[in-house]
Design a protein around this ligand. Structure first.
Ligand SMILES: C[S@@+](CC[C@H](N)C(=O)[O-])C[C@H]1O[C@@H](n2cnc3c(N)ncnc32)[C@H](O)[C@@H]1O
Length: 256
């Protein structure tokens, strides 16, 4: 098993580029999920009062953890493989005045989904299928939860006619995804969805292209690696816009 391959896969890059990714992504706080949608999902079902301690797995720069801590006052442990992202998360938590509530630690996702825990909420935002298909993913993510605990998963589903694309082989259309989530034994409490995953990709690409160009200026030897990353990001953005929509699932682990 190569953990760097997993991490690189979630960030759509080659493992050799990983050390430079924090530099290329320095203009982004959110690396996938829109924290507002996750907050709306919890507010819509009035479950926040039942949550004191949450675990944000693959938290990136902590945008979701920080937003939830600020909105609901819950304690959150954020785990990610990339220390540079966590440094940004710690600084952002201080700026937002929630550093007492948020604890960001380097770690591997696998260690947390194999050890039973007592968290009230687990968050899995825009990480994709690194734990397997959605049934397996939900089953794994219930492990660190107490009985009756909550699970927020933010991911995309395919639109009808979507072509096969590397990285999306495990994704399915909405109804099939719902059926597969149900197979895990978790209760589907709510499902919030955006019309399409098309917001903001143009400006995101501009920021990536600018930082990539700066990196290549400094490190011409990385030009080919960086160019492949930028091209892949373009392809990814246009696929997401055309063929997917974002879905946030609020699930509940059975109470007994
Ligand atoms: C697309 S980003 C999403 C970050 C965050 N959840 C968000 O929505 O802003 C995926 C994150 O997963 C992390 N990651 C990937 N594999 C991991 C693993 N095995 N253990 C811990 N973190 C991992 C990456 O470092 C990256 O920060």
């Amino acid at each position: 098993m190569r953990p760097d391959l997993d991490v690189a896969a979630t960030l759509e890059c080659e493992p050799e580029l990983l050390p430079y990714l924090p530099e290329i992504l320095q203009d982004f706080d959110e690396l996938g999920s829109d924290p507002r949608r996750l907050i709306e999902c919890l507010e819509g079902e009035c479950v926040a009062d039942d949550i004191r301690h949450a675990l944000d797995l693959c938290c990136g720069k902590g945008a979701t953890s920080i937003a939830l801590a600020k909105r609901f006052g819950m304690r959150i442990d954020g785990i990610d493989a990339i220390e540079a992202f966590l440094e940004s998360a710690r600084a952002a938590a201080v700026d937002a005045g929630v550093d007492e509530l948020c604890r960001f630690t380097t770690g591997d996702l696998c260690a947390f989904v194999t050890r039973p825990g007592s968290y009230d909420l687990v968050i899995f935002g825009s990480v994709g299928p690194i734990l397997g298909g959605i049934t397996k993913t939900v089953t794994h993510l219930m492990t660190p939860l107490r009985n009756g605990g909550w699970l927020l998963i933010d991911d995309s589903v395919l639109l009808p006619g979507a072509p096969v694309r590397p990285g999306f082989e495990a994704h399915t259309q909405l109804e099939e995804t719902r059926r597969r989530v149900e197979m895990s034994g978790a209760e589907i409490v709510a499902m919030h969805s955006s019309g399409s995953d098309a917001l903001g990709h143009d400006s995101d690409m501009q920021r990536i292209v600018r930082r990539a160009a700066h990196l290549v200026e400094r490190r011409p030897d990385l030009a080919a690696l960086v160019a492949r990353y930028v091209e892949r990001q373009r392809g990814e953005c246009s696929f997401l816009e055309q063929w997917t929509r974002d879905v946030t699932w609020l699930l509940r682990k059975p109470p007994t």
